[in-house]
Design a protein around this ligand. Structure first.
Ligand code: 5GP
Length: 192
């Protein structure tokens, strides 16, 4: 019988290096990255359908009404959500699925999918985070400060996750996430 895939949720404050760590981890062909939908504006270099599905508020709200969204949250005045069908199809086909979502979304997934494995990626400090966001240069100072304040609030939720990985040295953080996925793939689910 085909084994179903595992749903992994990765959260962490904006600028903590989630994208870089996940780009490495996702080189594994057994993993499927769920492309979220959002109503925020596209950043330079982003591609519709690759980084996100970029929707208008009306399109996003239509998707919510059709129950086409597994979970969603508002973040900095925009909608962010996980399209349901691709996730369910990939899990059914035996692939592990990675959701990169915020803490509100992660807690909703925990309620809806109790077998999901939740990972929190931490920056070494808020100062490092501010520095990384400034270096990325994609947001104004005002937005950066908003994101740092949000990060502070998000980090307080880290103890609700199954695993916490600190992204100080990139290679170590990648190896930690890979090790977690590997160990979870071997978990014995039979009742003991
Ligand atoms: P960004 O604007 O930096 O791409 O993302 C902002 C925040 O939205 C990040 O914390 C990211 O993890 C979160 N996010 C991205 N996609 C989703 C999603 O589908 N659902 C939820 N709940 N959060 C998401």
């Amino acid at each position: 019988m085909q084994k179903k895939g595992i749903l992994f949720v990765v959260s962490g404050p904006s600028g903590c290096g989630k994208g870089t760590v996940l780009a490495e981890v996702l080189k594994d062909p057994n993993l499927y990255f769920s492309i979220s939908a959002t109503t925020r504006i596209m950043r330079d270099g982003e591609v519709d359908g690759v980084n996100y599905h970029f929707y208008s508020d009306a399109q996003f709200e239509e998707l919510i009404r059709e129950d086409g969204i597994l979970e969603y949250a508002r973040y900095c005045n925009h909608y962010y959500g996980t399209p349901r069908k691709p996730v369910e199809d990939q899990l059914e086909a035996g692939k592990h699925v990675i959701l990169e979502i915020d803490v509100v979304g992660a807690m909703n997934i925990r309620k809806k999918c109790p077998d999901a494995v939740l990972l929190f990626l931490m920056p070494p400090s808020l100062e490092t985070l501010r520095h990384r966001l400034c270096k990325r240069g994609t947001e104004t100072m005002e937005v950066i400060e908003k994101r740092v304040a949000q990060a502070d609030r998000e980090m307080a939720c880290a103890d609700q996750y199954d695993y916490i990985v600190i992204n100080d040295v990139l290679e170590d953080a990648v190896a930690d996430v890979q090790a977690i996925i590997r160990a979870e793939s071997c978990r014995n689910y039979t009742e003991k």
